[in-house]
Ligand binder design. Structure first.
Ligand code: DOR
Ligand code: ZN
Length: 347
């Protein structure tokens, strides 16, 4: 199969940044996706519905002419998030969820949750109003091995949380391990997971291939081959619990190629094409459409998109750098080939 027509997909986990940086990266997402769930980890974070409304307007204003792309907003959960703010979020149609960063787990997570008990009132309100919780699922105890932090989080935090709030809908974001796949498959109703392109295309060897590779560093960090294979199986396996979320997370090249490089992989410029590659490798291109265009919309109880996109097997070479405000960024596959092409993308 060299040509694939699918319903236009949505990106259920995306970092867009703000201002000039936003203007640089947004067109790549608009060209591919109809909607995206926008992460709230700005500096300062988006913690209120009023801030989310303003950020949403900036995103709408930054769209290329003619784009009908719809940003779906999230709030950043903090120790101080009130039940009242959650009720406002539930009433605001453009807010689709609340993001839970354990404090210190990742980029701009310092304002995150320091102890889960502190957010029980907010979680109660979310459960009552049916607002989904989007979870960065990594333990923050620095003594836990970095490759074991997802598994540790499942046992110590996520499983008890899912039990304590039995009606709360939860998205386990950017899963990277077989442990996470098994957890999601065996979990109660209302639990789903997003999967990134890098975690189904690469294993942790990619971090050290012929030298340290900062552009393959993201959080959760890439895992060993056994995990990559299991996560790919989950993505291509047909379960409605798994759906597309790129976690495309742009950083200036200089901030990644530094003595303390930032976590984040930018994939928005080739996102659906990269997933097509992974699904083709698995011999399951037929499962790309439900994963990319159906399961997420169904979970968030939004209509599926009406339009189609066309992908062809027609390799193209990714630029070595892309503009990022006043800076530049190094995209995923920089200077190398992507096997699938989006019709209308003449890069
Ligand atoms: O690699 C990552 N980058 N993981 C995250 O959780 C945050 C993201 C970012 O915002 O750069
Ligand atoms: Zn993210």
């Amino acid at each position: 199969m060299d040509k694939l027509v699918i319903t236009r997909p949505d990106d259920w986990h995306l970092h867009l940044r703000d201002d000039a940086l936003l203007a640089s990266v947004l067109p790549y997402t608009c060209a591919r996706f109809s909607r995206a769930v926008v992460m709230p980890n700005l500096d300062p974070p988006i913690t209120t519905v009023a801030q989310a409304a303003e950020y949403r307007q900036r995103i709408l204003a930054a769209r290329p002419a003619g784009s009908s792309f719809t940003p779906l907003m999230t709030l950043y959960l903090t120790d101080d998030t009130s039940a009242g703010e959650i009720r406002k979020a539930a009433a605001a149609e453009f807010v689709v969820g609340v993001k839970y960063y354990p404090a210190g787990a990742t980029t701009l997570s310092a304002a995150g949750v320091t102890a889960i008990e502190k957010v029980y009132p907010a979680l109660d309100a979310m459960q009552a109003a049916d607002v989904p919780l989007l979870v960065h699922g990594e333990a923050t105890d620095p003594t836990v091995d970095v490759f074991d932090r997802e598994r540790a989080f499942i046992d110590q935090a996520l499983a008890p949380l899912a039990q304590k709030f039995p009606q709360l809908r939860i998205v386990f974001e950017h899963i990277t391990t077989a442990d996470a796949v098994e957890f999601v498959l065996a979990a109660r109703r209302g639990i789903a997971a997003t999967i990134t392109p890098q975690h189904i295309l690469l294993n942790r060897n990619a971090l050290f291939a012929q030298g340290l590779q900062p552009h393959h560093y993201c959080l959760p960090v890439l895992k060993r081959e056994r995990h990559r294979r299991r996560v790919l199986e989950a993505a291509t396996g047909g379960s409605e619990r798994f759906f597309l979320g790129t976690d495309s997370a742009p950083h200036a090249t200089a901030d990644k190629q530094s003595a303390c490089g930032c976590a984040g992989i930018f994939s928005a410029h080739a996102a659906i094409e990269l997933y097509a590659e992974a699904f083709a490798e698995a011999g399951r291109l037929d499962r790309l459409e439900p994963f990319a265009s159906h399961h997420g919309a169904d979970f968030y109880r939004l209509p599926r998109n009406q339009e189609n996109i066309t992908l062809t097997k027609n390799p193209w070479t990714v630029s070595r750098t892309l503009k990022f405000g006043q800076h530049d960024l190094t995209p995923f596959r920089a200077g190398a080939e992507v096997a699938w092409r989006l019709e209308g993308n003449d890069d």
